[in-house]
Design a binder for this molecule. Structure first.
Ligand code: PGA
Length: 259
C-alpha cells in the first residue's frame, strides 16, 4: 500500500555550515515550517559531524519535530580508526537517520559495496535508520548499465538485513550526473529507476519489505521540480543537497504540496 509510506525529505548539508550556521539554519527551518506539516511529511537534516551536538541540543530544547541525521559513519563501534566516527556515538546523540554510501563517499573516498553494507548493518544495529544511496554515472547510463549498477548496489547494500528492517529503511536513488549539476532526471526516468529499486528489494526481501521501504530521489531537487518528482508512484521523498542549505528554499521543497 503506497499510501502507508510517509514521505521523507532529507537535507544533506555535506561539508557546509559550521555549528553556528547550522543552529541558525535549523532554527529558521523550524520557524518556517508549520507544525501540521510533520503530520504528513518527515523532515531530516544531516549536518557535518562537528555540528551534530549543537543541532541536537537546538532540536531537543525547542521540541522540534525535525529529525536529526548524519552523513556517514564507520561500521565498527570503537577502535583504532583515526578520524572515523562510531555509529554508537551517533546513536548516543539521538541521531535517527544516517546516510550510507553517498556517491561522494563511494567516488571520492573509495567506499565499496561491501563497506556500505557493513555500515548499513551497523546503523541498524544501533537502532537508527540507514539511507542507502545508489545511482549510476553518466557513462554507465549511456552504456546501458544503469540497471545492473543500481540493482547491484541495492542488493549488496541491504544484504544480511531482515525483511522487517529492510522495510524500515530508506534508499536514495541519486543519479551521479544529476548531483550538484542542476541537471535532474526527468520524473519518468526517476520513476523508472525507483521502480527498479523497489523490484530489486522485492526479489531479495519480499513484497512486504518492498512496499514499506521508502525510496527517495536525489540530484538537483529544487522547489520547482519536487512536485513532479513526488507525483511518481515509487518516489517517496527526496535527498536534497544544495537547496537544503537555504532554509527558505528547503521549506518550499518540504511543503511542495502547499501552494
Ligand atoms: P544536490 O545533492 O541536491 O545538490 O544535487 C544531492 C545529494 O548529493 O544528496
Amino acid at each position: 500500500m503506497p499510501d502507508a509510506r510517509k514521505p521523507l525529505i532529507s537535507g544533506n548539508w555535506k561539508m557546509h555550515l559550521n555549528h553556528f550556521e547550522a543552529i541558525q539554519a535549523v532554527q529558521k527551518l523550524s520557524y518556517l515550517l508549520p507544525k501540521k506539516v510533520f503530520g504528513t511529511v518527515d523532515v531530516s537534516v544531516h549536518p557535518p559531524f562537528t555540528d551534530i551536538r549543537s543541532v541536537q541540543t537546538t532540536i531537543e530544547t525547542d521540541r522540534m519535530e525535525i529529525l536529526l541525521g548524519a552523513q556517514h559513519c564507520h561500521h565498527e563501534l570503537n577502535g583504532a580508526f583515526t578520524g572515523e566516527v562510531s555509529p554508537a556515538f551517533l546513536a548516543k546523540l539521538n541521531v535517527r537517520l544516517v546516510i550510507a554510501g553517498h556517491s561522494e563517499r563511494r567516488e571520492v573516498f573509495g567506499e565499496t559495496d561491501d563497506d556500505v553494507n557493513k555500515k548499513v548493518l551497523a546503523i541498524v544495529a544501533q537502532g537508527m535508520t540507514p539511507i542507502l544511496c545508489v545511482g549510476e554515472t553518466l557513462d554507465e547510463r549511456e552504456a546501458g548499465s544503469l540497471e545492473a549498477k543500481v540493482s547491484g548496489q541495492v542488493t549488496a547494500g541491504l544484504a544480511g538485513l531482515s525483511p522487517e528492517r529492510v522495510g524500515d529503511s530508506v534508499i536514495a536513488y541519486e543519479p551521479i550526473w544529476a548531483i550538484g549539476t542542476g541537471r535532474t532526471a526527468t520524473p519518468e526516468d526517476a520513476q523508472a529507476a525507483c521502480a527498479l529499486v523497489r523490484t530489486t528489494v522485492a526479489s531479495a526481501h519480499g513484497e512486504d519489505a518492498a512496499q514499506r521501504v521508502r525510496i527517495q530521489y536525489g540530484g538537483s531537487v529544487k522547489p520547482g521540480n519536487i512536485g513532479d518528482l513526488m507525483a511518481q508512484i515509487d518516489i517517496d521523498g527526496a535527498l536534497v543537497g544544495g537547496a537544503s542549505l537555504d532554509p527558505d528554499e528547503f521549506q518550499r521543497i518540504v511543503q511542495w504540496g502547499v501552494s
